[in-house]
Ligand binder design. Sequence first.
Ligand SMILES: C[S@@+](CC[C@H](N)C(=O)[O-])C[C@H]1O[C@@H](n2cnc3c(N)ncnc32)[C@H](O)[C@@H]1O
Length: 228
Amino acid sequence: MANESVCPFGPQLQHYWSRLSPLEQRMQIDVEGLYSLAQQSIMDQITTLIPGETAIDAFCGVGGSAIGLARAGKQVISIDSDAKRIAMARHNAALFEVEDRIEFRVGDTLKILPTLRADAIFLDPPWGGPDYSKQAKFHLKDFSPDGTTLLELSLDRATQVIIRIPRNFEMSELSPYDGTFNLTENYLNQKLMHYTAYFSNWFHATQTNQSNRLKNNARITGKPSRPE
Ligand SMILES: C[S@@+](CC[C@H](N)C(=O)[O-])C[C@H]1O[C@@H](n2cnc3c(N)ncnc32)[C@H](O)[C@@H]1O
């Protein structure tokens, strides 16, 4: 349901502000945090398809994705290179009463990820600002850091890797991963917002935990679903 309170960042960002829930409008947030926030209604769709108990949120922002993962019961490590945004995310985690489930780290994800392991890694790297949608096609190299680097690094550190991808993404670039991922569409108020791709590293899963692999398999190899 659209929320008609006035956007504190000006009328040009009102449409981003209006789609937040009343609790989300009480979050500490900056401009980039606002237009890139993973809203809880979207995170609720995404987390139903993420098995396991631990998750790394590789791009924290002001905490939307970390809070969503924690609300789904995961123990989360959440990383961002911007210390101010991490401070906002810490405040916001308390607002949603999940601060005890999230450990925040300030730093470069490319340096920190190789030192960690988790059941799942959630990737929400910058798309280059709202103008990403003016490109005819969005490519893996347009994520920042580069999408291929992020996927390869993450698949080495977790049994499942999840990435939010824009509507104009060039899907043929995922063909090297055919058979190892599912794709879902994420809607808000009947509007397609973006896609989410769920990649599985079955080799790693078999090596580390056979029963977890079977549980994962039951949850995510079904027909890609369209969340309500
Ligand atoms: C799309 S936003 C994340 C939004 C977040 N998932 C949310 O729901 O609020 C991307 C974030 O990545 C951070 N970032 C960009 N490059 C990074 C890097 N190399 N390491 C860590 N964080 C980075 C930016 O500071 C920004 O806050």
